[in-house]
Design a protein around this ligand. Structure first.
Ligand SMILES: [Ca+2]
Length: 290
């Protein structure tokens, strides 16, 4: 509880009370503290109480997923390093489907994001060699896991990788660095994707390498799982993208905040449930027009 209060106290003064209160269900992959084998588990939580994890089951993979997202088919997918997984939502088991890119010690995938406009899974990678680094976007085949290079990100000046990739309802892709969010332009003929800094300040604390998702079918808020290095704990941050320059706050620790390493904290929302609801609404509307 002390950790949770520590997390909330400062952002509250920055506008927390003005934030919308509609909650989302978020999924993550973290080591379960009371698992004697120390395995990685799939879990879900409510965005209003991220410390209260509901355990699904162990992934069977030795390391944590770097990214998670649901596709339009209702399935949950994950990526770890270069491998793409299908994750069983009842057991937590992660089945490897294939490599997004060939195994490579210099390039790893950091997050996934389902694009609801093009119905395509995207992956964000970081390739670092010496003092230079590149950030790349791939499209990913849901059956084979194979990636196709979509574009190189330009305008992102941090050497470190962006931790999160998320797509909003209009198909705009967002990434984050340790302090800011960026929105991406569509890929240009030269294969570049320009990153534009969004004037939202993440936190006075040092946070980096997490996972990000946007509740594009619901309240439009962006949720970012991150490790706060000043507090040395895993936290959930929430951004209101409709208010430029304002409204970012910490909702609390993820689990007890102590069991998550930086690469572990990818979160996603169960978008398919909303898709089904939207489909029913559209079908009903169509019948009324007939
Ligand atoms: Ca994501």
């Amino acid at each position: 509880m002390y950790r949770t209060m520590l997390c909330i106290a400062l952002p509250a003064a920055l506008g927390w009370l003005a934030m919308p209160t509609v909650a989302a269900t978020l999924w993550t992959d973290v080591p379960r503290p009371d698992d004697p084998e120390g395995r990685q588990w799939i879990a879900w939580f409510d965005s209003s109480s991220p410390w209260d994890l509901h355990w699904v089951g162990p992934t069977g993979v030795s390391l944590e997923m770097d990214g998670l997202d649901f596709a339009g088919n209702g399935q949950l997918y994950g990526v770890m390093d270069q491998t793409f997984f299908l994750i069983d939502q009842q057991t937590g088991n992660a089945q490897p489907l294939g490599y997004v890119i060939p195994p490579d010690p210099w390039e790893i995938l950091f997050d996934l994001s389902w694009d609801p406009v093009t119905n395509t899974m995207f992956g964000l990678s970081w390739r670092a060699t010496g003092s230079s680094s590149e950030h790349r976007l791939y499209t990913i085949d849901l059956e084979t896991g194979q990636g196709t290079l979509y574009g190189l990100i330009d305008g992102y000046t941090e050497w470190m990788p962006p931790g999160g990739l998320a797509t909003d309802a209009s198909g705009v892709r967002w990434i984050d660095d340790s302090r800011h969010l960026y929105y991406l332009d569509p890929v240009d003929p030269e294969g570049w994707v320009v990153a534009n800094q969004f004037p939202i300040y993440h936190s006075p604390d040092a946070c980096f390498i997490g996972g990000m998702t946007i509740d594009w079918a619901g309240n439009g808020l962006a949720y970012h799982a991150t490790v706060n290095l000043d507090h040395n704990q895993a936290e959930l941050w929430i951004y209101d993208l409709s208010v430029p320059g304002g409204n970012a706050y910490c909702a609390g620790t993820i689990g007890d905040g102590t069991s998550t390493l930086p690469l572990d904290v990818a979160i996603q929302i169960p978008e398919p449930n909303t898709l089904v609801a939207m489909g029913l609404l559209l079908a009903t509307a169509a019948r009324r027009r007939d």
